[in-house]
Write a protein that binds this ligand. Structure first.
Ligand code: COA
Length: 360
């Protein structure tokens, strides 16, 4: 179908709306088609070899030979229209990058968008307590996120809590004859869980949206950045529960905050505010809760546009000297915990948690 003079003129106006430079080759093509459409075949003398710009323009026009003016108008109009539609679809892509949801999870939600894989604890009615299924799903999600195309991975919680830590129901409904097996299996699962944090190959960021308790506090030492809402608190009530530290915290917390402060946290159940956790080096930065999500995600999106491989090798360098040590600490902590879970101190503490609840 032939384009009208009106369409041709409209295309000339539309060309001015292009935001991005289409590149020299396309600009020469547009020039040549415009000249052919308005003046017919190239009729000016060939410019000298050293007049590069004029020569390139002349060559482009001349290459159209005897193309008719109507055909030139048509090709010009089509070229402008294709440039505009390519630009508008690029703009749409930039405005709403696709979020892909990873299937097969029940207790967590895993999504990838803007080069970030987000692993979100998703049992908000249980304050995101981590039951056995959730431990396994987090392990699987970390494995996938370590291998996928994302630049960084983020762990966060859905609802008002980041996570209330180990689900204390993991210890209930166990027959006395099954206690040993429960403790042994629990230690194997915990060791694998923490091992995945130690070995995670790219930057791992914790976005602590609310209170954090137990295991989800201790593994923060294995995360590369920890951003916290000012509503977050950090509590590891191990002795209160007759238990002992995990997540490599027995080694990393004294390194991060100094032994004197780590002792209060790990031995005497001191709950830290977000500001205290930041002052002691466990948290990278604290944000007002009102603007927490907006500020943190804007920052993470900027980080995630940095070169992916450079970030991964740099993270691995920073952690490589410690890896063997961390695996040894993890094994030792799990061994001690296996014994603790069978102790009267621990069993009584858990019974008392559920008794208190049933009295309410
Ligand atoms: N294990 C098992 N269940 C948990 C849990 C946990 N770690 N954390 C929260 N829940 C459950 C509660 O039992 C309750 O379940 P229900 O609705 O079936 O009764 C639900 O989540 C909501 O918690 P609730 O206690 O009603 O809310 P709260 O605001 O009064 O208190 C906590 C929240 C987190 C302070 C309190 O639940 C708690 O102390 N949990 C135990 C934390 C803990 O000791 N973790 C282990 C660390 S090593």
């Amino acid at each position: 179908m032939q384009v009208s003079q009106e369409d041709f003129e409209k295309a000339q106006e539309q060309l001015k709306l292009l935001k991005k430079d289409p590149g020299n080759e396309t600009k020469l093509k547009l020039y040549a088609l415009f000249k052919q459409a308005t003046e017919g075949p190239c009729n000016s003398p060939k410019p000298g070899m050293l007049d590069f710009v004029k020569k390139a323009k002349w060559d482009a026009w001349n290459s159209l030979g005897n193309l008719s003016q109507d055909n030139a108008k048509q090709q010009y109009t089509e070229l402008v229209s294709s440039l505009l539609s390519a630009e508008s679809s690029d703009r749409k892509k930039d405005a709403s990058p696709e979020e892909s949801t990873h299937d097969g999870y029940e207790t967590i939600q895993v999504t990838t968008k803007n080069n970030i894989t987000k692993i979100m604890f998703n049992r908000p009615d249980k304050k995101n307590a981590i039951n056995h299924k959730m431990y396994r799903e987090i392990i699987k999600a970390l494995e996938e996120a370590g291998k996928d195309d994302s630049t960084i991975a983020v762990i966060t919680g859905n609802g008002d809590y980041y996570s209330s830590g180990n689900d204390l129901n993991n210890f209930t409904n166990v027959q006395p004859s099954e206690m040993e097996k429960m403790a042994k299996d629990g230690a194997v699962l915990l060791k694998e869980f923490v091992g995945h944090f130690i070995d995670f190959p790219k930057p791992l960021v914790a976005v602590v949206n609310g209170p954090a308790i137990g295991i989800c506090v201790t593994v923060l030492g294995l995360c590369d950045i920890v951003y916290a809402s000012d509503r977050a608190t950090f509590h590891s009530p191990f002795s209160q529960l007759g238990q002992s530290p995990e997540g490599c915290s027995s080694y990393l917390f004294p390194k991060i905050m100094g032994l004197a402060k780590a002792n209060e946290v790990l031995l005497f159940n001191k709950k830290l505010t977000a500001a205290e956790a930041c002052a002691q080096g466990l948290v990278t930065e604290v944000f007002p809760d009102r603007t927490f999500q907006k500020e943190v995600w804007a920052r993470l999106e900027a980080y995630a546009s940095l070169p992916k491989n450079s970030l991964a090798v740099s993270k691995q360098l920073l952690r490589s000297m410690e890896k063997e040590k961390l695996h040894a600490v993890n094994s030792k902590e799990c061994e001690v915990l296996k014994e603790r879970w069978l102790s009267d101190e621990c069993i009584n503490a858990i019974v008392s948690f559920f008794q208190k609840k049933s009295k309410l």
